[in-house]
Design a binder for this molecule. Structure first.
Ligand code: CTP
Ligand code: MG
Length: 257
């Protein structure tokens, strides 16, 4: 942080923004509409995700990173579904990888944002308490915070068989101790300057980073895990849509909304 930044810190209020990468196609979900625009309970998945972020009183701005050729459509969709409220929603076009999309979202943040959440559009049902817990941990001084849960399955490390050899038995090379592992979710929360530095310095090959906290780890900055929530699961494969519809049905039954 610059000298003037340090001097301003004490009097400057901490404003929090959420960046929602929503520019993926959703290949694993199968052909059709881009994943973030698919309906869940009759409402596009992205709308659920924006509501989840805007539902936290800490979040004053949401930046939605739309498919590069779909920013106008996404803007119209959000205007149709969202009630005008205290949270501004900005839409920017995304990139070819998640990492690139997040970078484009960060570039759209105004100067006065000091805390940033990065939240997958594909995690539409994250409860507001989880969002608030992540924000609180960042405001308490952690530069990088991820919600995570213990694993149900034991995990094996393997020598992968891909391409022509896909489906062949894969030799096991290790079994990490399950109690030491966490499956991480979003929103991941960051001190803005730390996340910006990670995105400026860390370039990953191929698919790019699928996890922003991993980029911050590569800077040598400490990342902490706070308790996640089972409803913050990522909609990735068709069965996840079935689960998401069931969660919504249960919420409707219990809150009558
Ligand atoms: N994402 C993005 N830009 C990309 C790729 C992904 O903004 N170029 C977003 C997705 O829209 C999603 C989040 O990153 O909200 C997590 O990615 P993932 O679950 O992998 O979604 P997709 O990439 O859309 O799905 P798939 O990998 O099955 O194609
Ligand atoms: Mg993907």
């Amino acid at each position: 942080m610059s000298a003037s930044g340090a001097a301003e810190r004490s009097e400057r209020p901490s404003r929090t923004a959420a960046v929602i990468p929503a520019a993926g196609r959703g290949v694993r979900l199968g052909p059709g509409t881009p994943k973030a625009l698919r309906a869940l309970g009759g409402v596009p998945m992205l709308v659920h995700a924006v509501r989840a972020m805007a539902g936290s009183r800490a979040v004053s701005l949401v930046v939605v990173v739309a498919p590069a050729d779909g920013a106008t459509e996404v803007r119209h969709l959000l205007d149709e579904y969202l009630q005008p409220g205290s949270t501004d929603v900005v839409v920017v076009p995304g990139g070819a990888t998640r990492q690139e999309s997040v970078r484009l979202g960060l570039a759209a943040l105004p100067e006065d944002i000091t805390t940033v959440l990065v939240h997958d559009a594909a995690r539409p049902l994250v409860p507001v308490d989880t969002v608030d817990a992540v924000v609180a941990a960042v405001r308490d001084g952690a530069p990088a915070v991820v919600p995570g849960l213990p694993l149900a399955d034991t995990v094996k490390q393997v020598d992968p068989r891909t391409g022509d050899r896909a489906g062949e038995p894969e030799p096991v090379t290790g079994t990490p101790e399950r109690a030491l592992l966490r499956a991480v979710q979003t929103p991941q929360g960051f001190d803005r300057a730390t996340l910006a530095e990670a995105h400026a310095k860390i370039a990953l090959e191929g698919e790019g980073a699928t996890d922003d906290a991993g980029m911050v780890e590569r800077l040598g900055v400490e990342v902490v895990v706070v308790p996640g929530h089972e409803e913050a699961f990522k909609v990735t494969r068709p069965l996840d849509l079935v689960l998401a519809e069931a969660v919504l049905a249960r919420r409707r039954a219990t809150d009558g909304f």
